[in-house]
Unconditional design. Structure first.
Length: 590
């Protein structure tokens, strides 16, 4: 290994010289403690390094050693249920070795080198394989089968394949390439985090991802392989929305990146997820989750590494044929780290001091999402859905990070502080949010859930938009100035907001709503609207419609258990009966 020396230290930025063969993004070891860093600029003989650990105590003359390899992650059995820092060091192993605080320069392998995994081959000796083919499987957790793949770039004939218990570094197969070289294949492979993992073909995202959150699934859906962002000011519920998506989205694997957010938020995840039961299997949610923790009190530079580490792990599981959901909380903190490093490098600043390449970095990240045909001869398909939280200062959605993100993503869930202060959660503003996957999702749900799904959604959006206009009149002259039909619309809009869009993440039943139940809930509210219009046409007083006894049951329909959806039929019958009784009870002048 070549060794150079430090000439300058500026926070997480270290400048060194004496490493003539070093390349961009090579990993280097800095100082006597061997702190981990990455080359981010080569200018003549001066090498700029961003160090992923606290640089206190470093000074000119201290040694810098190049590893000659880019920052890479270890991929293999043992990733699931893992809690890693931004550069994939396992926090539980560090705690066992060094205590509650991360010791600077500590080296702990990402995957346990001693644990043995039971490997079951799915190919035979003499069989021809290509890169991406599945050599065998390991039952990593009760829920997830870990598929051991032929590494990218390798193909040939299986010379030897083993069965039994092995560590991640022991060879489980030998493959003879076309050139005659025999390559030993262990269960673990390494992959550079900044390089996109290869696939055969990118497919259009045509399958909606159910999240159990009514405002998302019904009004602003996201697809498997899609991209979404959640911008919102402090306290508007970004983290809770992402927690809900991680818990309930119908993805098989969840990768959660705590990038620069507060440590107590990550603590909530670590305490909650082992307690939560996976709705499909009944096992703890952690059995199919990977957590990357790089909180606000951890080194700034490592935020960039944490984002790339997380998405590389997500791509690896996608390549096995799984549907993966990646949550990044938040990309604004990553952008702030880029701004700090750019300032220390004395680069020309862009808008609000962010580097000129901010948009490109965000695009590179989000464009790694998608639904793909994986490498291999079996034509399996995987999907990677990326959801990034954005934390604009003061809730200003015109700031550079939000705008750069909106140019890339297809779904925009705009969190509104006024809704949050009114205790309406999720605080997603239905007037400013949008989804470009609506047509795809509606087509799928019209076929699978109800043929009138798209009509219900369109009518709901129309009612909410008309309500926004009527509220201006109400503020000026009062609700009594509205016509009876407009008052009914206002009442129905209120029901949509409070009984459908408002959802309690901490209520046992209301925290998750299936698509079928969402359909029944919305149909019931809009049935009240249509039946109410009939009553008004028959000159029934609005106060009598407003105070129907069935209204209480409509409001509490959100608490109907998923196994008891037939209860909606009874409420619908009751609604029609009560409206009929009003009409038959004699027309009264409104």
């Amino acid at each position: 290994m070549k060794q150079g020396t430090i000439v300058k230290v500026s926070g997480p930025l270290v400048v060194a010289k004496g490493l003539p063969e070093v390349k961009m993004f090579d990993v280097v070891r800095v100082g006597k403690l061997g702190l981990i860093g990455e080359v981010i600029e080569v200018r003549g003989e001066n090498i700029s390094i961003q160090v992923y650990e606290e640089t206190a105590g470093l000074g000119p003359g201290d040694p810098v050693t190049s590893t000659g390899a880019p920052l890479s992650v270890e991929l293999g059995p043992g990733i699931l249920e893992g809690i890693f820092d931004g550069i994939q060091r396992p926090l539980d192993a560090i705690e066992r070795e060094a205590g509650s605080y991360i010791t600077r320069g500590i080296e702990v392998p990402a995957l346990n080198r001693e644990k043995k995994w039971e490997f079951k081959p799915t190919v035979k000796k003499g069989q021809k394989v290509i890169n991406g083919d599945i050599l065998g499987t390991v039952q990593e957790t009760v829920i997830i089968e870990h598929r051991i793949m032929v590494p990218p770039g390798l193909s040939g004939v299986v010379e030897d394949i083993k069965e039994g218990e092995f560590t991640v570094t022991e060879p489980i197969a030998k493959i003879k390439t076309d050139s005659g070289k025999v390559v030993e294949v262990p269960m673990m492979q390494k992959w550079p985090v900044r390089r996109v993992r290869p696939y055969k073909e990118k497919l259009p995202p045509i399958y909606p991802m159910s999240t159990g959150q009514r405002v998302i699934d019904t009004l602003f859906p996201v697809t498997k392989g899609g991209t979404a962002c959640i911008p919102g000011p402090f306290g508007s519920g970004k983290t809770v929305v992402q927690h809900q998506l991680a818990k309930w989205a119908d993805a098989e694997i969840v990768v959660y990146i705590g990038c620069g957010e507060r440590g107590n938020e990550m603590t909530d995840v670590l305490l909650e997820f082992p307690e939560l039961k996976d709705p499909k299997s009944g096992e703890p949610l952690m059995k199919r989750t990977v957590l990357i923790a790089n909180t606000s009190n951890m080194p700034v530079a490592a935020r960039e590494a944490s984002v790339y580490t997380g998405i590389t792990i997500a791509e690896y599981f996608r390549d096995m044929g799984y549907s993966v959901a990646l949550m990044a909380d938040s990309t604004s903190r990553w952008a702030e780290a880029l701004r700090e490093m750019s300032g220390r490098l004395e680069e020309m600043p862009g808008e609000e001091g962010y580097p000129a390449y901010l948009s490109r970095r965000l695009s590179e990240f989000y464009e790694r999402a998608g639904r793909v045909v994986c490498l291999g001869s079996d034509e399996r398909r995987g999907a990677l859905t990326t959801v990034g939280a954005v934390s604009p200062p003061g809730g200003d959605l015109s700031e550079p990070v939000t705008q750069a993100t909106l140019r890339v993503v297809k779904v925009f869930w705009a969190l509104d502080s006024s809704l949050a202060y009114a205790r309406h959660f999720p605080a997603i503003n239905w007037l400013t949010s949008y989804s470009l996957y609506v047509d795809v999702a509606e087509k799928y749900r019209n076929e699978k859930i109800g043929s009138d799904w798209s009509e219900l959604r369109a009518e709901t959006m129309k009612i909410l938009q008309e309500e926004a206009g009527l509220q201006e009149i109400v503020r000026l002259v009062g609700i009594d100035a509205l016509s009876v039909k407009d008052r009914l619309l206002m009442e129905v809009a209120k029901s949509i907001r409070e009984d459908f869009l408002h959802q309690n993440a901490f209520h046992e039943v209301d925290t998750y709503t299936s698509l079928r139940k969402q359909y029944r809930m919305l149909k019931l509210i809009l049935m009240f609207y249509s039946e109410g219009q009939k009553a008004i046409e028959n000159d029934v007083l609005f106060s009598r419609i407003e105070n129907l006894p069935v209204r209480e049951k409509i409001a509490r329909a959100k608490y109907i258990d998923e196994d008891n959806l037939d209860a909606f039929d009874d409420i619908e019958k009751e609604l029609k009966q009560q409206i009929s009784e009003l009409i038959e009870g004699g027309s009264e002048s409104a």
